[in-house]
Design a protein around this ligand. Structure first.
Ligand SMILES: [Zn+2]
Length: 152
């Protein structure tokens, strides 16, 4: 018999669903306009940053304790690492197979977007990394062709 130690999270409040259009992963996306044009930002991440007056360090993600990607209820959001996020996703049974197997953080779909951004040359590697919530070296590797060479 395997024994599971489940993290029990008590939700005082119901989920608050985003009113924005959701991306293919179910996250609400904010359109922001700045000197680079339109940028899409994860809404729950933005909500967290505003509510806690928080500036993210590289590699930090905002987790959904309720495992509802479209939720923007602030008490359901917590700071975490990529690994936490992956663990949450596995627990919730929504871990994406296929392109994420083998520790890959991005999907082919996202890599295509990133390659387009790199081609345009308007954003730095760090800025693209922030946009996709990955580490800068992931973007540098895509840029140099060390990874994801087959995606064109
Ligand atoms: Zn929620």
């Amino acid at each position: 018999m395997e024994r599971y130690v489940e993290e029990v999270v008590v939700m005082d409040k119901p989920c608050k669903e985003t009113e924005l259009s959701k991306d293919y992963k179910g996250y609400g996306r904010i359109k922001r306009y700045d000197r680079y044009g339109i940028r899409h930002q994860l809404e729950h991440r933005w909500v967290y940053a505003i509510a806690h007056d928080y500036k993210f360090e590289e590699g930090e993600v905002v987790r959904h304790l309720c495992n509802n990607p479209g939720c923007i209820e602030i008490t359901h959001l917590a700071l975490g690492s990529y690994q936490d996020n992956t663990n949450d996703a596995i627990k919730a049974g929504r871990h994406i197979k296929g392109s994420r197997v083998g520790g890959a953080i991005l999907t082919e779909f996202e890599v295509l977007d990133i390659k387009n951004l790199l081609d345009k040359g308007k954003l730095s590697h760090q800025e693209i990394a922030d946009l996709y919530e990955v580490k800068r070296h992931c973007i540098a590797d895509i840029s140099s062709g060390r990874t994801w060479k087959h995606v064109k």
